[in-house]
Ligand binder design. Structure first.
Ligand code: GDP
Ligand code: MN
Length: 379
């Protein structure tokens, strides 16, 4: 589950990590009021569930209360990576000398939470990881005793932190590990961990992801959920009665039966593609449902092609084929679609697709390879 920066900072505060005070505004006037209360300069920060707000214009300084109202007015309502800004965090600005990265992430390969620290913070850590991986120090945490204070200091030392940062930073890193554990997080990240010109070390930004499986025992944090904002497509799918999960890739996936859809995801991955979603149309779906599913999957701007994988039983191949054909004039022009129909009605279904000039695969592997190739061919 995603939470906002101001909520993540509230968690960090509870574990003793220094963070600036802050208040939420939903109108420019409130932002101005908060600026008067804290004193200027302040920073006005979009509270949306995405990173890179700074680059997108979602983090701005207010050097007077009036200017704070003005910049808050610019940020509120702004669209950042498809999300509309509905609230801003107003916080006293700090004088930053250096920006570091400190994070803890659940790492499947290590089967443990892994601490990551870099002296090159403030910017995209993915970019640092790709271009200069040597600048990131990583160390798994032994969950039997957690991150010990000396280990935290050692990691900072190895990351080349200045000496005046080691003690304070070590305490913060150890507290971050406790916050991660205590909130059942899968990610807890401070970027930037800021060194101010007067030698303070504090969390100027915070991101925490909470394990959905832990929500029953993290009742307070569960109450912070904003499902519509966290995943607009999934929220809409639920309202339309579709079993849909958003993923990161570009190959839209539709199938009947959860097991078959999962297998299809694997097959696409094995064919060199990246699935964009999971969508199970269930058993006995009619043409209308197939059409609705296709149009829904195509709504995701990341989708560059769709693979339909149907194992006919009570779901009939010709119904599915009709649904695909019906969707054609409402789908984005030229969006590649490959269908694999097997079982009940496969012959009629394939014949219908062939008549309509649509591509079908001999089997699941063939269909997955075809859609991946078609997407690749289009660049
Ligand atoms: P993100 O872009 O979504 O990660 O948002 P951040 O909260 O990390 O802000 C982006 C950048 O704005 C930071 O890396 C800092 O360089 C800058 N920034 C944020 N807050 C302050 C502040 O209080 N003082 C100064 N000087 N810079 C800040
Ligand atoms: Mn940041």
């Amino acid at each position: 589950m995603k939470i906002h920066e101001y909520q993540a900072k509230e968690i960090l505060r509870r574990y003793g990590i220094p963070v600036q005070p802050g208040k939420i505004a939903t109108t420019p006037e409130q932002a101005e009021e908060i600026a008067r209360e804290f004193g200027v300069p302040v920073v006005v920060k979009a509270q949306v569930y995405v990173g890179g707000r700074g680059k997108a214009g979602g983090v701005k300084f207010g050097s007077t209360p009036e200017q704070t109202r003005e910049v808050a007015g610019q940020i509120l309502g702004m669209d950042i990576k498809g999300l509309t800004v509905e609230k801003v965090l107003v916080t006293p600005a700090i004088d930053i000398a250096e920006e570091y990265y400190a994070g803890i992430i659940m790492d499947r390969a290590s089967q443990a939470p892994v601490v990551m620290v870099s002296r090159a913070g403030g910017i995209d850590i993915e970019q640092v990881a790709e271009e200069t991986p040597e600048k990131i120090i990583k160390e798994p945490i032994d969950v039997r005793w957690g991150l010990l204070p000396w280990q935290a200091r050692d990691i900072l030392e190895r990351a080349g932190m200045p000496h005046n940062v080691i003690a304070k930073g070590g305490a913060i890193l150890a507290a971050l590990a406790k916050a991660y554990d205590g909130s059942d997080a899968t990610l807890a990240e401070i970027n930037p961990l800021a060194l101010t010109k007067d030698g303070q070390v504090l969390a100027a930004d915070a991101k925490i992801l909470i394990d959905d499986n832990a929500l029953p025992r993290q009742k307070e944090y569960a109450g912070w959920a904003e499902p519509e904002e966290a995943n607009p497509l999934e929220f809409e799918a639920k309202a339309e009665g579709l079993t849909y999960v958003k993923l990161d890739g570009d190959v839209g996936i539709i199938g009947n039966g959860a097991g078959l859809v999962m297998t299809t995801l694997d097959m696409v991955a094995r064919s060199g593609g990246k699935p964009a979603n999971f969508l199970d149309i269930g058993g006995g779906a009619k043409a209308e449902v197939m059409k609705k599913a296709l149009l829904f999957v195509a709504k995701d701007p990341q989708v560059k092609g769709i693979l339909v994988n149907i194992f006919g039983g009570i779901t009939r191949g010709e119904e599915v084929a009709q649904g695909i054909i019906m969707a054609q004039n409402e789908l984005p022009l030229g969006l590649p679609i490959v269908a694999r129909l097997s079982g009940t009605g496969e012959e009629q279904g394939r014949a219908l697709l062939a008549d309509a000039g649509l591509t079908w695969g001999q089997d699941m592997r063939d269909a997955a390879q075809k859609i991946v190739a078609e997407i690749a061919a289009r660049g």
